[in-house]
Design a protein around this ligand. Structure first.
Ligand SMILES: [Fe+2]
Ligand SMILES: [Fe+2]
Ligand SMILES: [Fe+2]
Length: 485
């Protein structure tokens, strides 16, 4: 059995950017942390998360105390057991523990004991483990029949082999000697922003995780087997730049279901995450119908013939114009009414540089499944015939209502996509894209788009599952060749 540990460290959360250290994006640390937390919960599923300190950038004169509770709320979303320690940038230990909660003395998971240390600093950004803490370390090993892991902020490693790290414990030799005697197999640390990959030395391993707040926003996933052998994988929140990915589906604050969207921040995040561009794409039905009428599905039942239309497209276009740069394109996620007419006026449609089309509404209460399937194909063809560039989240409507996917409609929809030369979107927003359908798209030359469908900033350009999906369903293809340009 393997035990999986994720290391998130050095967030340096701050209210504003630090002009002296431009590579440090502490002003986005809450978003980076939430992105990591969501990715861990949904896709990586570790047995333990270690948060290695320097959660905030400026402990004084109170910014840190103000910001730490915000991070605590996000950390509490983690589904795995979590150990949080402080770093030299965090408020003093009493305040830190009061906000973050006092961690357990140790945590036993799958027969491995994890022991956190809150050690004092030494000049030159080094650290020191006190005789009392070394005694505790020894005692926790003596009373436990299995491998142990030492968790601390400042990297701990033997001084003699080359670790390429300028920081260490001033009494590292003494600590490591006791660790070896007490069956510790691994020391996990943060603090050194570059981090260093697993260093193996005389039967023990040493790892320093990279800073989550610096390009490429890395974290570490470690697996330890029951004998205490560790393997280590370094991953990034950022996307591989060489793939030149575009997020074709990013919402704005005008979506009724948005949480914190902001066009300027979406652009900054898209750039930070190594994308080639983003498409701002608001629901057309949200722009023409007020929340009450939208909730009553008037956009679907009556379309633009409804008696009350509240046109917010001028606000959408001016908001876009105020923030846009060459990194983004003006798009929309166009809805269709029950007669297959697009819910967008022609002058607005003509302004768009990219058109997503979607089926969000259907008469799913109809007891006749054949009629439901007929309407599904009718609305999809209406969207395709209207001239959209991409059909977003195909088949999601069934999954969202808890219905089985009508798999026999995969082939007819692929035929339609081919006929209208339209791309299909891979979308994980409240969705799992059907592999068989996308395999058929690829075999039939239907191009794909990647959409985060971001309603929260942490989602912008989050294509971790999309890329994994494409590598699984199309191992013989280069990813850029599958996507529209
Ligand atoms: Fe630090
Ligand atoms: Fe949608
Ligand atoms: Fe959407």
């Amino acid at each position: 059995m393997k035990t999986k540990i994720a290391v998130l460290t050095d967030l340096h959360f701050s209210k504003s950017a630090n002009p002296a250290i431009p590579e440090r994006h502490g002003e986005f640390a809450d978003i980076l942390l939430l992105r990591a937390v969501r990715r861990l919960n949904r896709f990586i599923k570790p047995d333990l998360v270690f948060i290695g300190g320097d959660l905030v950038d400026r402990p004084n004169p109170g910014e840190g105390r103000e910001l730490l509770p915000e991070l605590k709320k996000i950390i509490d979303l983690l589904e795995a057991p979590t150990i949080v320690i402080n770093g030299n940038h965090d408020p003093e230990i009493g305040v830190f523990k009061k906000i973050m909660g006092k961690p357990a003395d140790f945590l036993d998971i799958n027969g491995i004991r994890f022991v956190p240390f809150f050690d004092p600093e030494r000049p030159g950004y080094n650290a020191f483990r006190t005789p009392e803490e070394i005694a505790r370390m020894r005692q926790l090993g003596a009373e436990f029949n299995g491998p142990l892991v030492s968790l601390q902020h400042v990297p701990l490693f033997p001084p003699e082999p080359e670790a390429n790290c300028p920081y260490n414990y001033t009494n590292a030799d003494e600590i490591i000697k006791v660790m070896r005697e007490a069956n510790y197999v691994l020391a996990l640390s943060g603090h050194y922003h570059e981090g260093f990959a697993k260093l193996d030395h005389r039967g023990m391993s040493y790892i320093a995780g990279p800073a989550l707040c610096e390009n490429r926003f890395g974290y570490t996933v470690i697996e330890i087997d029951e004998r205490g052998k560790a393997s280590c994988l370094q991953e990034n929140l950022a996307m591989p730049e060489e793939l030149r990915l575009v997020d074709c589906h990013v919402h704005t604050r005008l979506a009724y279901c948005n949480e914190n969207m902001d066009i300027a921040k979406s652009i900054s995040l898209g750039q930070m995450f190594g994308l080639d561009g983003i498409v701002i794409s608001e629901h057309s039905a949200h722009l023409y119908f007020n929340l009450g009428n939208y909730s009553r599905s008037l956009n679907y039942l009556e379309g633009l013939e409804a008696s009350e239309i509240t046109d917010r497209t001028p606000e959408y276009f001016s908001m876009y114009a105020a923030e846009a740069n060459t990194f983004c394109r003006l798009g929309m996620e166009v809805d269709y009414d029950c007669r297959g007419r697009k819910v967008i006026r022609q002058d607005a449609w003509n302004k768009l540089e990219f058109r997503n089309g979607s089926v969000h509404f259907m008469d799913l209460k109809n007891p006749d499944m054949k009629a439901i399937e007929k309407e599904f194909l009718f609305l999809n063809e209406a969207a395709l015939a209207s001239g959209i560039d991409a059909l977003v989240h195909p088949f999601r409507i069934f999954r969202r209502r808890g219905m089985d996917l009508p798999r026999h409609l995969f082939a007819p929809l692929v035929e339609l996509l081919k006929r209208y030369r339209c791309a299909a979107e891979i979308n994980y927003h409240t969705n799992e894209p059907p592999a068989e359908f996308f395999r058929m798209c690829i075999e039939n030359g239907v191009k794909l788009t990647l959409g985060s469908d971001a309603h929260n900033l942490y989602e912008v350009g989050e294509f971790y599952p999309h890329l994994k999906f494409l590598r699984e369903i199309a191992p013989d293809y280069e990813i850029p060749d599958l996507l529209i340009r």
